[in-house]
Structures are given as C-alpha cells and as structure tokens.
Design a binder for this molecule. Structure first.
Ligand code: GLC
Ligand code: MG
Length: 518
C-alpha cells in the first residue's frame, strides 16, 4: 500500500514539464486507473525523467496487478514540432469522470431550488441526499447537474453550498457540457450548436424590447443570451421576438423559467437536447445507465422530462411553468410530483420509482440513537459495503461531536467496534497514531462541537477491492463550522472484511492530507 500512496503523491497536481521538442506519453492515475497523457518534452533530460516515472509506474503495475488495479501502457514517440507551451498535467487519483463503464442510475438534477434549497440555510435535505448518494450510489451511478448557471456561477454555488462533485455538468441551459472534476469541455457539442445561431442578431433585436433587461455579463454565453422579464410581459415578448428571429433564418428557442428568466438558446440546445446527446454518447461508448432520473423545478427543466426513457421528479416547490406543463400531460406515469421540497423530493423519487436505497445514513443515525436497518431489509444489499461504512462512520462521528447522539456506551461502541486494534491513522499534520486509541480518546469529546453549526460531508468516494476481503476507499471529506469556513481533506483508507460489523468491514489504516481550496 505504501507504494500505491507514494504513487498517488507523485501524481498529485502539477506534475509538469516546460516547453517541448520531444513527445512522450506518460502515465498517470485517473479514476484509479493508469491512463496515458501526451506530453511534449523539452529536453532529453526531462524525457529521461518521464521514462523513469513511467518505469516506476510499471514497477507498481507488476506489484499490484490483481483485482482492482489497473492496466498500463507506455508509448514514447519521436520528436514532433517544437512548441513552447507549458503543460501542467493535473493528475487526479480519486475524482475524475467515471465513464466509461456501464452505470446503474444516471441522476440528472437541476441545482437552484431542485438540488439546492436556498430557503434552507442548514441544507439538511441536501446533506441527507449527499450521504445517501455517497453511501449507496456513487460507486456505480452517475451524478449529473443540469443548470442554467454559467461555469462561473456554477463554481460560485459549489463554494458556498455543500454540493457533491458531479460526474457531468450541463451548464448554461444545455449549451455547455463538462465532464469530470476537471470540467473538461465537450467542444463537439458546442460546434454542433452553431447551426442557425448568431448571437449578435439576437442581442440587436432584443434591445428593441424595453421590457427585456439583460442579465449580468457572466450569464451571457457563446450560445445563450439571457434576460430578465416580468411575468406579465413574458408571453407577449416571446410571441413577438420568436418570429422576428426566425425571419433572420435563426434556429433558436426561447425558454422562460422561474417566472423571471428568459433564455434564448440554439434550437439544438436546451437541457433535454443536451441530455439526449449525452445518453447517445454513453450508448455508443458503452457506459449507458440502466435508469435515468431527471429532477427539476422550473421552465427550463420541462425538456428533461420529455427525454425518451427517463423517469422524472418535479419537486414540491416547483414553479408555475412546470406545474402547468405537468397538468397538461395526458400520461404522467413516468413523473413523480413530490410532496417534499428540493433534495427531499429527489430522495422521495428514488423510493417512488424503486431505483435503490432511499434511507439516508443521516436519517438512520438520528437523535434517538442508531437504528440499524434489519439484515433482511430489501434496501440493504447483502454484501460488505466499505463505502457505506465510511459515510456512516463520518455521520456518526459528526453527530457524536455535535452532541446529537446519546452519550451511551452502546452508541460509542458502534464507533469502536469497527476499528481493528492494530490499525493506524496518519494525520494531515504528519503524525501517525493507533486508530483504535484515537477513536477511544474521542469518546470524551461528546458535544464538543455543539452550537457551532458543525457539519461534515463526504465527496468523490471510490472503492476498490484489492484482494479478497481487502478494500481501498478514497474520498474527500469536508467540514465546516460557524466562523471557521471550510476545510477539506483527501483521505485514503484500507478496510478489511469483518463479520458481525454493521457493514461487514473494519477499519485498518487511514491517511489524511489537507486539500488546498481553490
Ligand atoms: C440561471 C442562470 C440564468 C438563467 C436561469 C434560467 O439562473 O444563471 O442565466 O436565465 O438559470 O435558465
Ligand atoms: Mg431551478
């Protein structure tokens, strides 16, 4: 394991080379698989460094070729043209786009007032969803956000709200598609949207309507022109502006959302078209999901519900435009009109459509103590679940510190019983301790974070079985409390199968590293 961690460190962000006269392909870990990236290398010295790096990786491959680890190739090429670009290779061991592999569920959700309830500062429902997703779905399913927000506004909400990192982000009302944590742009999609599109003409024509006011600059995108317009004027503006733009030969659509926002986008774009495109691509590349659940609250989400083969949830707090559309649908069997707001409605839909577990660890671990689901509960798969253990332990620990859990010895026993006696933990500040002893010490910290809005959540969890009964789990953990901002950690843990524990595993080793916040 040490070698593997060493490798992860070597691959940590900014493994970089300057300028170029030689080309080489160097391997790095992505999605916990070794993949190749092309680098232009400046000198034989740096080329040699790359060779050494690659041969180091091949040593690892020999050592660890076995379940869960990884295929590698190494190709060194000739000397193409000289460029003097600086290449920074961002190597992410634990959190890049999860395709291509077939997934069970693709959950496609709008953000504002669907996944995120801006009226609920504690984000309780979102946190319930997040821990459910990370415990039960993250490993085999894909999380997709589909939002009207631009990349800039998307980053902004991620900084302020405890949102999970999505596998795919459909931004700017289906005009921009990004994959993985590096938000890799789908430029093929953007080229496809040029058909019948001329934003200058739209801007010119729109200026003639006094009722339309332009949204802020960040929301004006290459394939999206956005305005604010009062509800009473919206329909008449749409009825007049649409034919005008058609006269110019433009192929566009006008979408009204949230009883205030008007977006003009290419006819080929929109949340529905973008999702259909991704699903086609997934099919061709063999990572198509078995089920798709779309989730929305307003006008620009309507298209999502019309994508072939999807189930959908309209959250309880939906806007008039979407509610009216729903009421006008002759067949509603694939749509669940939730009785809960936002993320609460999404969880409800998982149950409604029988898509998988729907009890969040944050619910099963409640004020009354810990109520473990019965072994026969159909929600709980009959296998060891290291990732569920990681999420539950995290929630338990948080609730122990906030004092939400009763101080009984039995409660604390849940935490202790899953730690191997000879386990160890390497702390972010470079100290190694016996993990069992450390957990025992925390018993006296009950309630130490009470009244501080202390909050933790887990993101980007990945689990691999290394050998029979040996699991490596990686994730990012976040914590927040009043006045202290956000702190993040990269965590790698090894868990071992152990009968009689809540999730069939015990903790053996944990490494934590502070995450830089960008
Ligand atoms: C988001 C975007 C905005 C858009 C609206 C509706 O709020 O920031 O530009 O008009 O979604 O799609
Ligand atoms: Mg919304």
């Amino acid at each position: 394991m040490a070698t593997m961690q060493h490798c992860e460190q070597m691959c940590a962000p900014a493994f970089s080379f300057r300028s170029a006269s030689r080309s080489a392909s160097v391997l790095f870990i992505r999605q916990q698989r070794l993949v190749c990236t092309s680098l232009q290398l400046p000198s034989s010295r740096e080329c040699a460094a790359a060779c050494r790096f690659a041969s180091f990786l091949s040593t690892i491959e020999h050592k660890f070729q076995g379940p869960g680890i990884m295929r590698m190739e190494c190709v060194f090429g000739g000397a193409p043209e000289v460029t003097s670009r600086r290449l920074n290779v961002m190597c992410q061991a634990s959190s890049d786009f999860r395709g291509p592999q077939p997934s069970e569920l693709m959950l496609v959700s709008d953000l504002d007032f669907t996944m995120v309830d801006h009226n609920e500062p504690s984000h309780a429902a979102l946190l319930r969803f997040s821990s459910l997703w990370e415990a039960e779905y993250a490993q085999k399913s894909l999380l997709v956000y589909s939002t009207g927000r631009s990349p800039e506004k998307f980053e902004e909400i991620c900084k302020h709200v405890p949102l999970l990192t999505p596998d795919i982000a459909i931004l700017s009302v289906g005009t921009e598609i990004r994959y993985g944590t590096s938000l890799q742009i789908d430029s093929e999609w953007e080229t496809y949207l040029n058909d019948g599109w001329d934003r200058e003409i739209i801007v010119q024509e729109a200026k003639k309507f006094l009722e339309l006011s332009f949204q802020e600059d960040s929301e004006q995108r290459p394939h999206k022109v956005s305005f604010k317009v009062e509800k009473k004027d919206a329909q008449s503006i749409i009825d007049r502006l649409s034919p005008k733009l058609k006269e110019y030969g433009l192929k566009v659509k006008l979408i009204y959302s949230g009883s205030i926002d008007l977006d003009v986008v290419p006819l080929r774009a929109g949340k529905g078209e973008a999702l259909a495109y991704i699903l086609e691509k997934a099919k061709a590349e063999k990572w198509a999901p078995n089920n798709v659940l779309v989730c929305g609250d307003s006008g620009n989400d309507i298209e999502l519900f019309a994508v072939e083969g999807v189930n959908g949830v309209i959250v309880e707090n939906a806007h008039e435009e979407l509610v009216k559309w729903y009421e006008s649908q002759p067949v509603k069997t694939n749509i669940c009109f939730a009785s809960h707001r936002c993320a609460g409605g999404i969880i409800q839909a998982l149950q409604h459509f029988g898509l998988g577990p729907h009890t969040s660890p944050r619910e099963s671990i409640g004020q009354g103590g810990i109520s473990w689901p019965n072994a026969g509960d159909s929600q709980i798969p009959n296998t060891n679940s290291p990732q569920r253990e990681v999420v539950e332990f995290n929630v338990l620990f948080e609730k122990w510190l906030t004092g939400e859990l009763p101080t009984t010895a039995a409660t604390f026993e849940r935490l202790k019983q899953v730690i191997a006696k000879k386990s160890s933990m390497v702390y972010p500040w470079g100290v190694e301790r016996n993990l069992y002893d450390s957990v025992c010490l925390a018993q006296s910290k009950h309630g130490s974070m009470s009244g501080k809005n202390f909050l933790t959540w887990i993101d980007c969890i990945k689990e691999h079985q290394l050998a029979e009964g040996v699991y490596i789990v990686t994730w990012q953990s976040w914590e927040q409390s009043s006045g202290n901002g956000r702190k993040g950690y990269y965590v790698t843990a090894i868990l071992l199968a152990k009968e009689g524990t809540p999730n069939g595993v015990e903790w053996f080793r944990v490494h934590e590293t502070v995450r830089m916040i960008d």
